[in-house]
Design a protein around this ligand. Structure first.
Ligand code: ADP
Ligand code: MG
Length: 264
């Protein structure tokens, strides 16, 4: 069975999408079968995987409204070596349409289960790139997942936003999805020369202990350049410091998943 992880943080611009696509490409490099689910109407994970969000006949929107299954709607990231259930602006409307429907928070979970029942839909990992909000879309992600990976920048307000996310995860765990746990916090866009970042990083470790991944993702321009080529940094320039860090993170995640007893 696939391990399903949300990449979530309700702040924008904190590295969710960069983490999703680079982790996907990093896992694909070591032979893992990966599906990226883009739950952000901005469609950055879609475009950053080399899939044109404007040219998709079907997307995650159709899946959430149950007018298509994942196996029909998914696309291939040829460069990344993984599949993508893409998103575009249409998804912004889904939020409103879903409110009136039954099982509105369980739509993605049901679709993933249906795909997994077909041999063509077997994945080792499903990575869900969440939008920058604690919305019904994010809730669909959290209700589908075994775990949450939280990318964060080591800045002053980072810890403040974290408690809202942790509370939401606790609520979902208690009421909607007993499988859900925080897998870990990933420090991203890190610059060790900035004293404040070191201090916040130390605070994070003091407060969250082993929940903080050992791998630290540095600020690296190659990671920022890669999406305009429709590639993850791991594919675009595998030797760059940023790509190397994400490859190390993919390995750390595989180990952590095994140590949590989540291995397939
Ligand atoms: P989110 O999905 O949380 O909104 P993104 O992954 O889109 O965040 O990242 C926000 C911006 O920061 C993007 O322009 C991205 O290219 C850039 N970025 C992300 N991670 C890094 C990094 N480690 N080094 C340099 N730039 C980064
Ligand atoms: Mg994003």
């Amino acid at each position: 069975m696939a391990k399903v992880f949300c990449i979530a943080n309700q702040k924008g611009g904190v590295g969710k999408t960069t983490t999703t696509v680079n982790l996907a490409a990093g896992l694909a490099r070591v032979g893992q079968r990966v599906l990226v689910v883009d739950l952000d109407p901005q469609g950055n994970a879609t475009m950053g995987s080399g899939v044109d969000k404007r040219a998709m006949a079907l997307s995650v929107y159709d899946v959430l409204l149950e007018s298509a299954g994942i196996l029909e709607a998914r696309q291939r990231s040829e460069a990344g070596g993984y599949d993508v259930l893409g998103a575009n602006r249409e998804l912004a409307g889904a939020e409103v349409e879903l409110v009136a429907l039954e099982r509105r928070d369980q739509r993605l979970r049901a679709a993933l289960a249906a795909a997994a029942a077909d041999p063509a839909g077997h994945y080792d990992f499903v990575l869900i790139d969440c939008p920058p909000s604690l919305s019904l879309l994010t809730l669909n992600g959290l209700c589908s997942a075994h775990g949450v990976i939280v990318p964060m920048q080591c800045e002053y307000f980072a810890l403040e936003g974290l408690s809202d996310l942790v509370n939401t995860i606790k609520q979902v765990h208690a009421n909607l999805n007993r499988d859900l746990q925080v897998i870990g916090l990933l420090r991203v866009m890190f610059d060790p020369r900035i004293t404040l970042q070191q201090q916040v990083s130390d605070q994070l470790k003091a407060h969250f202990g082993d929940k903080v991944f050992n791998t630290v993702i540095p600020r690296n321009v190659r990671l920022a350049e890669a999406p305009s080529y429709g590639q993850a940094g791991v594919v675009f320039d595998a030797s760059s410091k940023g790509a190397q860090a994400y490859i190390a993170f993919a390995q750390e995640l595989v180990q952590r998943v095994a140590s949590l007893g989540m291995a397939a």
